[in-house]
Design a protein around this ligand. Structure first.
Ligand code: FAQ
Length: 329
């Protein structure tokens, strides 16, 4: 696998206590000079840990993120819409796989990462714990959720860690197609019957605030941001990206003829940005604690899929062992 040769402890993998100030300074200088850090090169243990945490959470989000949309595959209203949705859901699976591979280059195994997801130790994005109640939710996910994901992920193409940055280039190209299909779906509903437009408005009402939560806590409460920005893993803070998203999305809602469910949303000519209302952080923390509308359902489905796939993993391992034995003979 991709991790072969990376798993053993070597010079590039010091324990935190073994790191010298000179090593850390030299590493920071490379980051500051915009050099990419590659898998076998020296890096601080905390940099490695941060990347494993973020990349694996990102991978889990893509995999769990297949479920809300997968819910509508059998009920898409036309063959064209079904083909588009199938392709999108398959893209999310692909993104999960690139991301697991990128995390594996840091010396963590896929089994370990998946184990942490299934045990509930690892997080995935809060957004995927909300239900998809109507067909318009598929449009809202593409428009808002993929829109937010792109806003966050375009800067990750310039992340200091080479494999993550390179994986993001393709992911972002696909996400931008996803965003456009979602917007186009919303547009079709908004130009349709009164009932279709009402369905689009209802989807926006339910997905708007959870989409803003995707960017994470406010900067003052974001424990990882300062260090991740110094290491150029993150290029913008959570609040900066959230603001960019609101600025781009508010005029799109206007074009659709829909109302964003926020009485405080208003263009501010002085700042050149939209002002917007306060997020309900208690809801965010409840979802992170496992108490969102669909947390339990999402994990049950993922565990069942993992168990049902056990025979495939066993067969692949048996096949690999046979081939290795044949090659060795
Ligand atoms: N949900 O100190 P910070 C997609 C956690 S992909 C859950 O600010 P950080 C594609 C955070 O992990 C969507 N947990 O953390 C798609 C940390 O907890 P920990 C996923 C969250 O890392 C579309 C704690 O709160 N995208 O949508 C959330 O500096 C459609 C403190 O937060 C990525 O993963 C949240 N929303 O910044 C698929 C992008 N926010 O680990 C299907 C990469 C924060 O200490 C359909 N990740 N937390 O226990 C990132 O950019 C960052 O990790 C942030 C959080 C911005 C998410």
């Amino acid at each position: 696998m991709y991790t072969q040769g990376l798993d053993q402890k070597d010079k590039a993998r010091p324990a935190a206590g073994e790191e010298t100030a000179a090593q850390q300074d030299a590493f920071q200088a490379r980051v500051d000079a915009e050099e990419k850090i590659e898998p076998k090169e020296w890096m601080p243990a905390a940099y490695r840990r941060t990347l494993v945490r973020q990349i694996s959470q990102h991978a889990h989000s893509e995999i769990i993120g297949m479920q809300p949309e997968g819910n509508w595959l059998t009920r898409a209203p036309s063959l064209k819409r079904k083909a588009i949705l199938l392709a999108k859901v398959q893209d999310e699976a692909g993104h999960g796989l690139y991301l697991y591979s990128a995390a594996e280059t840091l010396g963590v195994s896929r089994d370990e990462m998946v184990g942490d997801l299934l045990s509930g130790k690892a997080k995935y994005s809060s957004i995927f714990n909300y239900p998809t109640l109507t067909w318009a939710d598929i449009g809202a996910i593409g428009w808002l959720v993929d829109g937010a994901a792109i806003m966050n992920q375009i800067p990750l193409c310039r992340c200091s860690y080479g494999p993550y940055a390179r994986a993001m280039v393709r992911v972002c190209k696909e996400e931008s197609f996803h965003q456009r299909q979602g917007f186009e779906l919303m547009l079709e509903l908004c130009r349709g019957t009164g009932a279709q437009k009402a369905m689009a408005q209802d989807a926006l009402d339910r997905w708007w605030w959870p989409s803003l939560m995707m960017f994470g806590p406010n900067d003052a409460d974001s424990k990882h941001s300062a260090q991740s920005m110094a290491w150029k893993i993150k290029r913008f803070s959570n609040d900066e990206l959230r603001q960019k998203f609101v600025d781009v999305t508010a005029p799109q809602a206007e074009f659709l003829g829909l109302r964003i469910p926020d009485d405080d949303l208003a263009w501010n000519a002085e700042t050149g940005h939209y002002d917007f209302g306060e997020i309900d952080w208690s809801e965010f923390h409840q979802v992170l604690a496992g108490n969102g509308p669909c947390n339990r359902e999402r994990m049950e489905k993922r565990r069942a899929a993992h168990d049902n796939g056990a025979w495939v993993r066993e067969a692949a391992e048996a096949h690999a062992a046979k081939r290795a034995a044949r090659d060795a003979a």
